[in-house]
Design a protein around this ligand. Structure first.
Ligand code: GUN
Ligand code: ZN
Length: 437
């Protein structure tokens, strides 16, 4: 429908701000109209109010609940085939399952194949944007960006910096700098793509490489910084042992200029009050990854502590430690992680974390996340009758109950369609990802 107006009629739900502070941020039209021009939302509201203004515009009826496309704030595409690898917590899991798999990305054709499979999986699950770990290999980033550009996806990624990595999965100061600079020049700002400087975590980079990451971040004013923080107890102990002069794990990154409003830290399971205060003050965000944290036995994210300080939060799957690509299922996992600490995560707040919350972490909240006028029309159609059990649970239920049921019981089965800038990119019923609608 490029170049002309097109409208979608159906039930629409979005959350444009954190309901914790802004209960009015939930926007819902039981019978809504979403008007799109050249991939951009130009009007949205109740069908009864808008229909007469757009009487001449072709309308696609949508059977299901329209929500903004999900934004996965932390995911590793090279790990998708190692999902469900048995038996270890973080550091042993990396050594035994993950590093061997990542070595294969030295081969560009392997990277191309995995990038295609990964993006297909994202769209099938209703994820329209993501902040993605590649591997240490430059070609792993080219493969992902090339595939994402062809599908017109809003995506951020970067070459992993790890000069203390295992044999065969290690870069150097010189290659880290040269390859990062080349990738930024080649991809940052092209289509809907953006670059993230990506030191794996404190343990796999030398002090010199962490300093280089800080220098690259300072030089390139609008790229992201993407890494892991305080995920696992053994990891935290090893970081404390290597950096005795740092106040804590976050301070290690801070000393190298890596903590600022463009920084996205995955996990944050073991945060102190000081770390939360510093995160909030700096504007850095945490990508909460509950299915991963349960799978690797890392722990439960402490929402109450982070919220007391006003830490910016989004939601990530962390595939392949995460156990599902589904950001719906991940919202349900976040609810269960909160409840494990006797805290409540409201279903609308969970949806916020998976959309606008993650968008804010990625600095794309002006572009996507809330299906607001002026934003790009990336959206998902959820089918509350996708399974017999879900249909029974949703019959006669309130909006909050239906949303919660989809978060707890749902996954890719519930994603009927995925639309990218007003174009259908996945249709479960035609199951070929084209010519839908
Ligand atoms: N910390 C460092 N690397 C990784 C990784 O690949 N996955 C997770 N979950 N944590 C990490
Ligand atoms: Zn991760």
């Amino acid at each position: 429908y490029l170049g002309k107006l097109h409208a979608f009629r159906g039930e629409i739900l979005s959350v444009s701000d954190d309901p914790l502070h802004a209960p009015d941020a939930v926007s819902h039209q039981a019978d809504g109209l979403l008007v799109v021009e050249d991939g951009i939302v130009v009007a949205r509201g109740d069908h009864a109010d808008l229909a007469h203004c757009f009487a001449h515009v072709p309308v696609t009826p949508i059977h299901g609940l329209i929500v903004p496309g999900f934004i996965d704030a932390h995911v590793h595409y090279p790990q998708m085939d190692r999902i469900a690898s048995h038996g270890e917590q973080l550091l042993d899991w990396l050594e035994r399952h993950i590093f061997p798999a990542e070595k294969a990305f030295a081969d560009r054709s392997h990277a191309d194949a995995l990038a295609q499979a990964f993006l297909a999986e994202l769209l099938r699950h209703g994820t329209t944007s993501a902040l993605v770990f590649a591997t240490v290999h430059e070609g792993s980033v080219d493969a992902l960006f090339e595939a994402a550009l062809a599908r017109n996806l809003r995506l951020a990624s970067g070459k992993v910096l790890m000069d203390l990595g295992p044999e065969g999965l290690r870069d150097s100061l010189a290659t880290a700098r040269a390859e990062t600079e080349a990738l930024i020049a080649r991809w940052h700002g092209r289509g809907r793509l953006s670059y993230a400087i990506t030191p794996r975590f404190a343990l796999t980079s030398s002090d010199e490489q962490l300093a280089l990451a800080g220098e690259l971040l300072a030089t390139h004013g609008d790229v992201l910084l993407h890494t892991h923080l305080a995920e696992n107890r053994h990891e935290c102990a090893a970081v404390a042992a290597r950096f005795p002069e740092a106040a804590d794990y976050l301070d290690v990154y801070d000393r190298f200029g890596l903590v600022g409003e463009r920084s996205v830290f995955a996990h944050g399971i073991h945060l102190s009050e000081r770390m939360c205060a510093r995160l909030a003050q700096s504007g850095a965000g945490i990508a909460v990854c509950p299915s991963s944290n349960l799978f690797l036995g890392s722990g439960f994210f402490h929402f109450g502590q982070a919220d007391r300080h006003g830490v910016k939060l989004g939601l990530g799957t962390d595939i392949g430690a995460g156990t599902s690509f589904s950001m719906l299922y991940t919202q349900g996992q976040a609810y269960q992680a909160a409840l494990a600490r006797e805290e409540r995560l409201d279903p609308f707040r969970a949806l916020y974390l998976a959309t606008t919350g993650s968008a804010r972490l990625l600095h794309i909240a002006d572009k996507v996340g809330a299906l607001a006028v002026g934003q790009e029309a990336d959206f998902v159609v959820l089918d509350q009758a996708a399974t017999t059990l879900l249909a029974r649970r949703c019959a006669g239920a309130s909006l909050a109950e239906r949303l919660f049921a989809m978060q707890i019981l749902g996954d890719d089965r519930v994603v009927a369609q995925t639309w990218i800038m007003g174009e259908c990119a996945w249709d479960k019923n035609s199951a070929k990802g084209a010519n839908c609608g």
